[in-house]
Design a protein around this ligand. Structure first.
Ligand SMILES: Nc1ncnc2c1ncn2[C@@H]1O[C@H](COP(=O)(O)OP(=O)(O)OP(=O)(O)O)[C@@H](O)[C@H]1O
Ligand SMILES: [Mg+2]
Length: 281
C-alpha cells in the first residue's frame, strides 16, 4: 500500500509549569496508523475530552511537531514540507466556524484567497469558477455567499463555507476536529453525510475527530478510540463498536445504545428521509 498520510509512533508531551514544579503531560503516546492513498476513507478518532484528539490533529496538520515519532505525507516527513505545498494537500476544518473567520471580513475573500494561494487558480473567472464549484459541493453557491459577512449566516451554513474553503484548495486529505459539535443537533447528520459524499465523489480522505458516537458509527470506515493519549482500540467502525474488546470502548458502545442517543440517531435518519425529494415524512 502507498500511504497518503502515515503516523509512525507519534508522541507529544507538553510541560506544564507551576510555580514550584514543572510536570510533563503526555498528550499523545506512540500513535501509529496509515491511510491508503488509493482508498479514500473516513478515519475517525473518538475519545473523551483531554484524550489527545486535537493534539493528534495538530500534529497531522503540521501545527505541532511531535516530541517523538514522525508524521509522513506521501512518504515524506511533514516537517520538511514548505507550508504552502503542504496546505495544498491537507486542509483543516475546526470546531467553531465563527472563530475560523474574521467577523469584519467578507467570506468570499477567504475563498478567493485559498483558490489563488493553494488551489492554483489564476484570473478572475477561474477563481470565481473554482470557488463556485466548491460552494456547490457543499450545497451553497457563489451568488449566495458573495459579499456576505460571517454573522449573516447560521452556524451550519458557516461550517459549510469552511468546508468549501478547504475544498477550494483541492486537497487530498481533510482533518476535521469536532466539526459538528458546535452545530445544532438537527444539522449534524447533513454535515456528516456531506463528508461521505466528498469521499465517494471527490475521492477525499477525511480524518474525522469527534466525541459524537452516533455520527461516528454511521459514517466511519475505520476508527481509533483514544484514552489518555493512547489508542485503546482500532479497526473497522462496525466491528469495533459492535464487538468492543476494551472496557472503555464497551462504555462507548453502551452510550450509543442509550435511549437518548439512539433517539437522536433515529430522528436524524427520519429527517434525512424527509429531505429527500418525494419522500413522505
Ligand atoms: N498547548 C498545550 N500545552 C499544554 N498542554 C496541552 C496543550 N494542548 C493540549 N494539552 C494537554 O494535552 C491533553 C490532551 O489535550 P487535547 O486538546 O489534545 O484533548 P482533546 O481530546 O482534543 O480534548 P477535547 O475533546 O476537550 O477537545 C490535555 O491534558 C491537555 O490539557
Ligand atoms: Mg479537542
Amino acid at each position: 500500500m502507498s500511504a497518503l498520510i502515515e503516523l509512525d509512533r507519534v508522541s507529544k508531551s507538553f510541560s506544564r509549569g507551576g510555580l514550584f514544579s514543572t510536570r510533563r503531560v503526555e498528550a499523545v503516546k506512540e500513535v501509529s496508523f496509515a491511510l491508503d492513498a488509493d482508498k479514500p476513507e473516513i478515519f475517525t478518532v473518538i475519545g473523551e475530552s483531554g484524550s489527545g484528539k486535537s493534539t493528534l490533529a495538530r500534529m497531522i496538520l503540521g501545527i505541532h511537531a511531535p516530541s517523538s515519532g514522525q508524521v509522513r505525507l506521501g512518504g515524506r516527513d511533514v516537517a520538511t514540507y514548505e507550508r504552502r505545498a503542504f496546505m495544498a494537500e491537507v486542509q483543516p476544518i475546526f470546531q467553531n466556524p465563527f472563530e475560523a473567520f474574521n467577523p469584519l471580513k467578507r467570506l468570499d475573500r477567504y475563498l478567493f484567497m485559498t483558490a489563488e494561494r493553494f488551489g492554483g487558480a489564476t484570473g478572475t473567472s477561474a477563481v470565481d469558477g473554482s470557488v463556485d464549484e466548491a460552494l456547490r459541493q457543499v450545497g451553497l453557491s457563489l451568488p449566495e455567499i458573495k459579499g456576505r459577512f460571517p454573522h449573516e449566516l447560521s452556524g451550519g451554513q458557516l461550517q459549510r463555507v469552511a468546508i468549501a474553503r478547504a475544498l477550494v484548495a483541492k486537497p487530498r486529505l481533510i482533518v476535521a476536529d469536532e466539526p459538528v459539535s458546535m452545530i445544532d443537533a438537527s444539522l449534524r447528520m447533513s454535515i456528516v453525510n456531506l463528508f461521505g459524499r466528498l469521499r465517494d465523489e471527490l475521492g477525499l480522505s477525511i480524518v474525522y475527530i469527534t466525541h459524537d458516537l452516533a455520527t461516528a458509527y454511521y459514517i466511519s470506515d475505520r476508527l481509533i478510540i483514544m484514552q489518555q493519549g493512547v489508542v485503546v482500540e482500532q479497526g473497522p467502525a462496525r466491528a469495533v463498536l459492535s464487538a468492543p474488546t476494551h472496557p472503555y470502548s464497551r462504555q462507548l458502545r453502551d452510550a450509543v445504545l442509550t435511549p437518548d442517543s439512539a433517539g437522536a440517531f433515529r430522528a436524524t435518519h427520519s429527517r434525512k428521509a424527509a429531505e429527500t425529494p418525494g419522500a413522505r415524512s
